[in-house]
Design a protein. Structure first.
Length: 383
């Protein structure tokens, strides 16, 4: 059952996307539009002060690569951070990921989720994104904290960072970076083109001019017309930046108990579930994309369960989802790795009438890939 905060989140999402009507909805939208105007002024004034040198940007003694977006919601930053961190690690550089620790129970300045060898925090303490990064990236430390200047200094001094990846940091203007990559979800582009809180834009589109590269994600699920429109918008505000395309490609399924072990888990081929009826459940920024991926694998979706982004599952909720799957005739449940870290262990290790599969996704770069890798190599060499 969703809490009051999540219920408000769902209501506002539906409201700003035109799913709520009536006098009350119109009044709230009017208030939100005014708040968006004030928010936009604040964003532009703060950025101007950084550009004019009135506010100081901190420079770390290492190379810094930022991944972010200009909207709220899921664009695929976490799997992209995984892929880039693994690439830099395999080049022989000491790479550390800095994550803000969204909805983490831990509230200190510097939190070491992993030192690359051992995970020190639970998913509740670290937050789902940071914990998942730590779990999936052996040899890559993950540190959380709201102030990336502080966590960055710690990563250099105590973890010997040579390259730092800032996860979700396009709006973290306090820290200088060598490469700014903005991710754009090609199936949920710029929301409704309003700034927060009336819409989902974190900044005006004119602020795309700061980016060095744009990564268009999930291009296999979007149309040529949509991608051309995105490129036209990007070029309008930033003609010099590199544009790269990527897909989120399914690799295999992993049964949740096997996935939980984390050490070379036994995998289930995609073909084994082909043609069967399943129930997907998720608490992510873009659940429709996840469900479309399952459909594209020739799997029948009997029903689906969605929770607000970053929702923490309870035992009762998991039992309810399982019963729903049984009642609708599903032969398995499918979820994401971001959701898997938040499923109670007592449910994972309990006797279940149906298997629960984690769909393993791999980010694959396409157009612009070689140019992006060259940019990263050149930056890392300058250490």
């Amino acid at each position: 059952m969703i809490n009051q905060r999540e219920a408000l989140q769902v209501y506002l999402y539906r409201l700003v996307h035109g799913e709520k009507h009536g006098l009350l909805a119109a009044m709230i939208l009017g208030m939100l539009r005014l708040m968006s105007f004030i928010y936009g002024l604040g964003v532009q004034c703060t950025l101007a002060m950084y550009r004019w040198g009135l506010l100081h940007r901190h420079k770390l003694p290492c190379k810094v690569i930022s991944l972010g977006n200009i909207t709220v919601g899921g664009t695929g930053k976490t799997p992209t951070a995984q892929r880039l961190a693994a690439f830099i690690r395999d080049m022989g550089y000491r790479v550390v990921i800095l994550n803000r620790g969204y909805r983490a129970a831990w509230k200190g300045q510097v939190g070491v989720v992993s030192d690359g060898r051992k995970i020190y925090m639970t998913v509740t303490e670290a937050g789902d994104e940071a914990y998942l990064l730590a779990k999936s990236l052996p040899g890559v430390p993950v540190v959380i904290g709201r102030n990336r200047s502080v966590t960055g200094d710690y990563a250099v001094r105590h973890l010997n960072a040579e390259v730092i990846i800032l996860d979700d940091a396009y709006q973290h203007w306090q820290l200088e970076r060598d490469l700014d990559i903005v991710l754009i979800d090609t199936i949920n582009v710029f929301g409704n083109n309003f700034l927060l809180p009336r819409g989902t834009l974190r900044e005006p589109l004119t602020n795309l001019d700061r980016a060095h590269a744009f990564l268009l994600t999930k291009v296999d699920q979007s149309t040529d017309i949509a991608r051309d429109a995105i490129r036209e918008t990007v070029r309008k505000y930033n003609a010099a930046a590199l544009v790269i395309e990527s897909t989120h490609t399914p690799r295999c399924y992993i049964e949740i108990e096997e996935w939980y072990k984390g050490v070379r888990p036994e995998t289930v081929p995609l073909d084994k579930v082909k043609g069967r009826s399943v129930l997907p459940f998720s608490a992510i920024g873009n659940p429709s994309s996840f469900e479309q991926t399952i459909t594209d694998l020739d799997v029948n979706i009997a029903d689906a369960v969605r929770y607000p982004d970053h929702h923490d599952y309870t035992m009762a909720e998991m039992q309810s989802i399982m019963q729903k799957a049984v009642d609708c005739g599903a032969e398995a449940l499918i979820t994401t790795d971001k959701d898997a870290v938040k499923i109670p262990s007592e449910f994972i290790h309990s006797e279940r009438p149906l298997p629960v599969y984690v769909l393993s996704i791999e980010v694959r770069f396409h157009e612009g890939y070689e140019e992006l890798m060259d940019m990263i190599k050149n930056i890392a060499k300058q250490k």
